[in-house]
Structures are given as C-alpha cells and as structure tokens.
Design a binder for this molecule. Structure first.
Ligand SMILES: Cc1ncc(COP(=O)(O)O)c(C=O)c1O
Length: 359
C-alpha cells in the first residue's frame, strides 16, 4: 500500500525486490552451469506445476499464446477447422486459433461468471451446426467447416462452468482446451464428479501464461500446457522444440517455443520453499530419481493470491447455482477485493473482480 493509503493497480517492483537475492541466485546458477535452455530447472518447475494443478503432465513453453497454439495442434485441430470460444478474452486466444490454421467462432458469455455461457454454446452447436453424415463430423451450417474444439476462457481467476461445457463437448465429440492464462490455482466444483477440480486439470489440456503481470508471473515471457493425456504432452514437447524428440531428429515441423530455464527458475523461486530452492542442487540430490515436489507456502504474497482466489472461488461456487444452495449475488469490485486481500497481499490484486456471496 502506498503512503496515501492507495493500492497500486499492479506493483511488479516490490514483490521482486523482496526476493531479489533468490532471483539473482537463479541467474547465477544458470551462469555457473550454462543451463539456459531446458534442463533440470525447467523439469523441476514442470513437475511442481503439474502437481499443483492436479494434472499428470506439464510442458513448459515460451508463452501463454504458445501454450494455446501448441495445445490445439497437439490435440488434433487442423487447418480449416472451427474452434468455438468467447469474445470476452485477450486477443491471444483467437490468435492461437488462427495460427493453428483454424477459424474462431464466438458464443457469448454468462453474466454471472463473465465466462462462456453453456446455454449459448448449446444453442450454437444445436442450431447453427449439423452432422455431416459422410464424415461423422459436426459442421457449421453456414461455412461448412468442421467444428472440432472449444476453448472456454477462465477469466479473472474464475473458471467457466465446465460441467455442462464438457457434457456438450462429449455429446458432439469436441476437444476442450482450457484457456487458464488468468486462472492459476482457480478451482471449480464439478457436480458431476462431486469434487473440486483445479484449472488445468479439467479439459483435455489447459494453457497457462506466466507473463509478469499474471498471478504467477515470470521475469519475462513464459507459459505452460498441463494435461492428463500423455500423447498430447509428448506432441506439445515436440512442437515447442522444433519437432524433435532427440537432438537434430526432427519428426515434424515445430516451433521455437521452449520455456526459458531462467524463467522456470524464477517461477520455482516464487513458489517453492527455501530449502528446495537452492540451485544447483546439493550433490547428494543430483541424479536422484525421487524428489519431493510440493509447492510450499512461500512467498506468501504469491500463494496468498492463489489461495485467496481459490477460497473465494470455492465459496462462490459452493453457494452458487452450480451447487444446490442459491444465495444472493454481488459482483465484488477490484477495490473491495483489494481491501479483502490486503492483509495477505499488500501490493496488488488479481485482475478484475470475483463474485462472492453476500450472505
Ligand atoms: C485469457 C488470456 N489468454 C491468453 C493470454 C496469452 O498469454 P501470453 O501473453 O503469455 O502469450 C493471456 C495473457 O495476457 C490471457 O489473459
């Protein structure tokens, strides 16, 4: 908080200065080992982040946009396909669709969540599309293009209403890629599965951005794909590394979209406890096949936000119509949210607001 009692919109300086030494030691570690691209810093981060999201695999990539584009291609979206998403998102969602060779079609958002409205999605799929009996594919009646995937965008730390979206996707044989670039740690209560699920573990794959201003931000560009689909994870790994599995064996044409090792180290420094943050690891730990990989409570200002959002989200969805009990609703403004979280996180607040119950 500043001297005049105001909370800066986003302060990216103070939180980094607080852990300056740890961040600098990441850079020193990279200098000592020349581990600039790939290697253990990236692998350790992938390991931790997969576990945090409740997904089996995580592949670090260059940005959230890369993560979306690679997820779509790896999931099988092809040139000429149509991918359904929402207009209320950052342009990267549709850039990724176009760059995968597909075309975006939009369905509107739900006033209650600001994310994809499952009823609009149903209307789109069932009144504007038809089944092509020859190919068994769903076609947009007007464009005659196959509709193959859906990207719900979890916005402002709040997930889309995923149960009905997944049900529609299953009914129409569509791939679901979560745009989780603004939803690190957000949780969704799935009535179907009767459990909380974390963003990144709900769709066929999910894409995250670690742009510096995100709730978990690097000190540069970074992103990740999480998934439970091993084949998809392997294809993303190839796509982001020039289509190679082994050095200079390029099975497909890929991209240069790898996660920078220093950024991976920065992300770990922000999420993993001090004892595990040293780099390079002590000789005793090097080459070990077993390692602990929980994300600890440090530093508080990052995890407080993750937890704050999750708690708020839980409270919101538990009491919303997504669950049996229905309270009255109020959209919490950024200012209110700042006040709510200021004791945990004095420097900035998550982008936008989240809904909490007024009861
Ligand atoms: C909803 C959404 N999708 C995708 C992106 C793209 O992420 P990046 O900037 O890391 O490419 C962003 C980032 O701003 C985003 O907010």
């Amino acid at each position: 908080m500043t001297g005049d009692g105001k909370i800066p919109f986003v302060d990216l300086v103070t939180p980094h200065l607080e852990i300056e030494e740890e961040l600098v030691s990441v850079f020193r570690g990279a200098l000592k080992t020349a581990g600039f691209v790939g290697g253990p810093m990236v692998e350790d981060f992938e390991w931790d982040f997969a576990e945090y999201c409740g997904a089996q695999y995580c592949v670090g990539v260059g940005s959230g946009t890369d993560a979306l584009r690679f997820s779509l291609i790896a999931a099988g979206v092809q040139a000429g396909d149509t991918v359904v998403t929402v207009p209320n998102t950052f342009i990267a969602t549709t850039e990724a669709i176009s760059q995968a060779g597909a075309r975006p079609d939009f369905v509107d958002i739900e006033e209650r969540t600001y994310t994809m409205d499952p009823r609009r999605l149903q209307e789109y799929l069932e009144t504007r599309c038809c089944l092509d009996r020859a190919t068994g594919k769903l076609l947009n009646q007007q464009t005659r293009r196959p509709v193959t995937a859906i990207i719900p965008v979890h916005l402002y730390g709040q997930t889309a209403d995923m149960d009905p979206i997944l049900e529609l996707a299953e009914r129409h044989n569509l791939i679901v890629i979560e745009d989780a670039c603004q939803a690190h740690g957000a949780e969704y209560f799935s009535s179907k599965q009767n459990r909380w699920m974390r963003a990144g573990s709900i769709g066929r794959a999910a894409s995250f951005s670690f742009y510096p201003g995100k709730n978990l931000g690097a000190c540069g560009e970074a992103g990740a794909v999480t998934t439970n689909d091993q084949g998809l994870a392997e294809r993303v790994r190839m796509l982001c590394d020039h289509g190679q599995v082994r050095k200079y064996h390029h099975d497909i044409e890929g991209y240069n979209g790898r996660l920078d090792a220093i950024q991976a180290g920065v992300l770990r420094a922000k999420t993993v406890s001090g004892s595990r943050r040293t780099w390079p690891p002590p000789a005793s730990q090097q080459g070990s096949t077993t390692r602990s990989h929980s994300i600890s409570r440090k530093p508080m200002h990052i995890l407080a936000i993750w937890k704050g959002i999750s708690r708020c989200q839980k409270e919101s969805q538990r009491k919303s119509s997504l669950c049996p009990c229905t309270p009255s609703w109020n959209f919490v403004s950024r200012d209110e949210l700042s006040r709510k979280f200021s004791s945990h996180y004095p420097y900035s607040v998550p982008v936008g607001g989240v809904r909490i119950s007024t009861r």
